[in-house]
Design a protein around this ligand. Structure first.
Ligand code: HEC
Ligand code: HEC
Length: 214
């Protein structure tokens, strides 16, 4: 008891404070998003994100599902690939081409209607996830627009993301803190828990024909 626990609580409070200001900015930025333009410029993306079961080759893990995700979070993720705060070669080249307006438009198109919170969790929240659910929701729906929804996301992708936060390949300060002490067995258990939540994120439908931008 005592100082160690207090430091932990203070850390969470600090993190929540920083995020509150972030969230405000994200909401302002998303006001003018145009999903019709987003659809028109998303053809390349759908080559991976529009194919159910599609995998990243080396290492081998599932391409994340984007349908139902918070659009503000999708924009934040794209900015992190662009800036290099997340290291993924393909996603860096993809995001590098996009303006902020393009990102907002694509995110609005991909997200569709975000999953609504308040479902009954699939299973009892495991002890290891007790802190996680304060942001990502016991039902896996992120409680603010910048806390990603994890419900139904591919387990291998979630485990991979946790490993990258721990190793620094993803540089988000909040998640670095929460992933720091997880063992790989705990990462797998967390990924498994959230991946089974319903209703779940989905893979976008891939259009049968090429979309033109006219
Ligand atoms: C060659 C396949 C491929 C293409 C093309 C591609 N992506 Fe990705 N995308 C991935 C993979 C793999 C990841 C996971 C990367 C990682 O591990 O960080 C990813 C991650 C993402 C994420 C992060 C999701 C999350 O939950 O954090 C977003 C957002 C995203 N892509 C959007 C796009 C957009 C928009 C485009 C088109 C401009 C695009 N992607 C094109 C394969 C692709
Ligand atoms: C204080 C809020 C908070 C807590 C607590 C928290 N997270 Fe996160 N989590 C975030 C934020 C913010 C992001 C987005 C980080 C970024 O931009 O890369 C995130 C991202 C993630 C991602 C990546 C999702 C994706 O689509 O790429 C996973 C997986 C994740 N968290 C799992 C967890 C787990 C498991 C725990 C508990 C051990 C946890 N989080 C605790 C706020 C939180």
């Amino acid at each position: 008891m005592g100082s160690r626990m207090r430091t932990g609580v203070l850390g969470v409070a600090l993190v929540l404070g920083v995020l509150a200001s972030f969230t405000l900015k994200a909401q302002e930025a998303s006001l003018k998003a145009d999903p019709v333009h987003g659809k028109a410029i998303s053809y390349t993306c759908l080559g991976c994100h529009g194919v159910a079961g599609y995998k990243n080759a080396y290492p081998n893990y599932s391409v994340p599902e984007l349908r139902g995700q918070h659009p503000e979070y999708l924009v934040a993720a794209l900015k992190e690939y662009k800036s290099g705060e997340r290291s993924h070669f393909t996603m860096h080249s993809q995001a590098e081409e996009l303006s902020e307006q393009d990102m907002a438009d694509i995110a609005a198109y991909f997200a569709g209607a975000p999953l609504s919170a308040g479902h009954v969790p699939a299973a009892q929240v495991p002890d290891v996830a007790s802190l996680c659910v304060s942001c990502h929701g016991a039902d896996g729906v992120g409680i603010t627009p910048l806390y990603p929804t994890l419900a139904g996301q591919h387990a291998d992708y979630l485990a991979r993301a946790l490993d990258e936060y721990q190793k620094g390949a993803r540089k988000n300060v909040i998640m670095a803190t929460f992933a720091a002490h997880l063992t790989s067995a705990q990462m797998d258990a967390l990924a498994d828990y959230f991946s089974k939540e319903q209703p779940s994120l989905q893979t976008l439908p891939r259009p049968a024909t090429r979309i033109s931008a006219d």
